[in-house]
Design a protein around this ligand. Structure first.
Ligand code: MSP
Length: 650
């Protein structure tokens, strides 16, 4: 086994409804875990539920249930969502488990033995939803909680205290010596100034309720939920139960959390560990907060984004991709359906999906679906691919998911350009270009293999679909290790098999509404041309143009090299045409009357100097001419006898 990598999400309050925020932290951790596994890491990826505390106790009482019963019922919703989101956690911890009680008890006793726990009395304002005492100075007006805005209550009780103030200097020193300990940088600075303002001792037990881990030797007290909850990271690593496992996995490499719970992880947690003489985690990374269409998610505004509904509609991979691509990891972001749909249509259906389907179609059409490994060296794509592998690695190591995805998409753009430059449809026409054609298509397939490997952490289903179509094992375990990240792994003679499109295009809400309204009003005649067709001259309504004006149109004979359907559109076809040495891409609205395979090799007339227009995300660099048939169907205009491609039409 390679390097060990222990990473955690927070454990989620078991009686909350899982929402976008929970999904975000967990998907991010999952992408990281999958990436580290592919790199050969011995990964321990932990998530779980936080099940103790007054909130759960009250909710259970209101329903006449035992709190454990409530937790058993509620935990399923998290576990079911994680299964749908394809979360690959290695362990799921529930704080009501016996192994956790043991670990939390041991931590308390250890700190007590070191003399850092004492008994006293605590009086203060407590926020029950956040399970947190709010210092006077941080209280909002009306004594509401600065974090959640809800009412706080006055509590006075005997309490055990953790002498956190003793660790102020040690924590500051640690923060200074380990700049990567709290990330991003801005969060680190916040914590440094918080600690510099002075640390107070922390009340770590409660007597006002009983649903928690009893304080050893004094069972009137239960452990403060945050101390209980934080300890989960030790429990799962084997603290108090499996010393060998503990030595191997602890300290954690990354605690991934949201910025709202940074203080607990960046101040309470390291000082508790220091007091127990345990090593500190290498990093606490706090991501930003999601708002919805500009507003804070909240039940009262009824704008809570439920991941299950988005998964029903858009599928797991698009949702995972969107979360990690849309917003720089660490900053706040805003969720909107239209942004999600744009990402699906642009990045996924168009850039990635079209490329993949184009390349596979060409391999099937020109090489009978069988790849040959080039005999002579590797082409320019291999250098680009190598650069991507290295850069994505660095970006993943610093949890810069959006940039890692951006870098993968740069490579996808390189491949799209490479297809256009190499024009395999031209190579396919010349016998002596066979070897070059084989090399170009091998390089593209290999580039797509490396792309799929990089996509696996983010979109596991898509990567598996790509692996299957590329004729390689669809088990990630077979792709582990350094060799997989090297160029040239597709073997000679591998057979590709094109299957369903990776991402069908979605209609944007607005387009959908317009299309539906139009269809309901009157079915429009099928538009033949991608650009609005000029009004057809009817008797008596001729607009006269001068010869000079007519000559401004550059009409030419074009040879259709290749034609492909455009996923998600019945009407549009993508054409690669030869204009006599120059290749153009056209998008033509003839899909309902012409089959792409029948168009290949034909000569047609096009307007070659029409301003380019984007259709279904593809730039059309010209317009094919067709007459309107009896039923309004497009009838292509073709030269009477053979003329070379590029010949001018006047
Ligand atoms: N139980 C504690 C954590 C204990 S860890 C030792 C807790 N649980 S929680 O259920 O409230 O979930 C917290 C996680 O969800 C945090 O990482 C938090 O940042 C994340 N999110 C909750 N709402 C969020 C958004 N609106 N946006 C992004 N993430 C947010 O706190």
């Amino acid at each position: 086994m390679g390097f060990k990598y222990y990473l955690t999400t927070p454990i989620y309050y078991v009686n909350d409804e899982p929402h976008l925020g929970h999904a975000y932290t967990t998907v991010a951790a999952d992408a990281l875990a999958r990436y580290m596994r592919l790199r050969g890491g011995d990964v321990l990826f932990l998530t779980g539920t936080d099940e103790h505390g007054q909130k759960v106790e009250r909710a259970a009482r209101e329903r006449g249930e035992h709190p454990k019963q409530l937790a058993d019922r509620m935990v399923d919703r998290f576990q079911a969502l994680w299964r749908r989101l394809q979360i690959s956690n290695d362990d799921f911890i529930r704080t009501t488990e016996e192994r956790h009680r043991q670990a939390a008890t041991l931590l308390f006793q250890t700190i007590q033995q070191h003399g850092d726990i004492y008994k006293g009395e605590y009086e203060g304002w407590y926020c029950t939803p956040c399970e947190s005492f709010i210092p006077e100075g941080q209280m909002e007006e009306e004594r509401t909680c600065p974090d959640c805005g809800r009412a706080t209550e006055r509590l006075k009780e005997e309490s055990y205290f953790f002498a956190m103030s003793r660790y102020q200097g040690a924590l500051l020193q640690h923060l200074e010596e380990n700049p990567a300990f709290i990330q991003p940088e801005s969060r680190r600075n916040e914590i440094v100034s918080f600690v510099q303002r002075g640390l107070r001792d922390l009340s770590i037990s409660r007597t006002s309720f009983s649903w928690g881990i009893p304080i050893p030797g004094d069972s009137r007290h239960v452990m403060y939920v945050w101390v209980d909850a934080l300890t989960n990271y030790l429990t799962a690593a084997g603290y108090g139960s499996d010393p060998e496992r503990f030595r191997h996995y602890w300290p954690a490499d990354v605690h991934l959390i949201g910025k709202d719970i940074l203080r607990f992880h960046a101040v309470y947690w390291p000082t508790l560990l220091m007091a127990a003489h345990l090593p500190l985690p290498r990093q606490v990374f706090a991501h930003g907060w999601w708002t919805v269409e500009g507003k804070k998610m909240s039940k009262s505004v009824r704008n809570v984004v439920e991941p299950n509904r988005l998964l029903d509609e858009f599928g797991v991979d698009a949702f995972r991709y969107f979360l990690l691509r849309e917003v720089p990891f660490g900053l706040d972001g805003d969720f909107s359906r239209s942004a999600l749909i744009s990402r699906i249509n642009g990045d996924l259906a168009n850039d990635l999906g079209n490329l993949f389907s184009r390349v596979l179609t060409m391999i099937e059409r020109y090489l009978g679906g069988v790849l040959s490994r080039p005999r002579s060296g590797s082409g320019p794509l291999s250098d680009r691919a190598r650069a991507m592998v290295g850069e994505v690695r660095e970006l993943m190591e610093c949890l810069s998911f959006h940039r890692a995805l951006g870098r993968i998409w740069d490579f996808i753009a390189d491949m799209n350009r490479f297809v256009d430059e190499k024009a395999p449809w031209l190579l396919a026409r010349e016998r002596d270009k066979r070897e070059e054609l084989e090399t170009v298509l091998y390089d593209l397939a290999e580039g797509l293999r490396l792309t799929s490997l990089h996509l696996f952490p983010f979109m596991p289903e898509t990567a598996r679909k790509m692996w299957k179509q590329l004729g390689i094992s669809s088990r990630w375990e077979d792709q582990v290790g350094e060799a997989s990240w090297q160029w040239g792994q597709l073997s000679d003679g591998v057979r590709v098999a094109k299957a369903e499109a990776l991402f069908p295009r979605l209609q944007k809400e607005k387009e959908k509404r317009i299309a539906t309204a139009r269809a309901e009003a009157a079915p429009p005649p099928a538009p033949v041309l991608p650009e609005p067709a000029p009004p057809s001259p009817r008797a008596g309504s001729h607009t006269l143009v001068s010869l000079e004006e007519f000559c401004r149109l550059d009409l030419r004979v074009a040879h259709i090299m290749a034609a492909y359907p455009i996923p998600g559109s019945k009407k549009l076809i993508r054409l690669e045409v030869d204009l006599g040495g120059e290749t153009r891409t056209l998008v033509a609205g003839i899909g309902q009357t012409h089959q792409p395979e029948r168009l290949q090799g034909r000569k047609v007339v096009i307007v070659a100097n029409l301003a380019p227009a984007k259709l279904m995300g593809i730039e059309s660099q010209g317009m094919i001419l067709a007459a309107s048939g009896d039923g309004g169907q497009p009838v292509l205009i073709v030269p009477e006898t053979d003329v070379p491609p590029g010949a001018k039409v006047r």
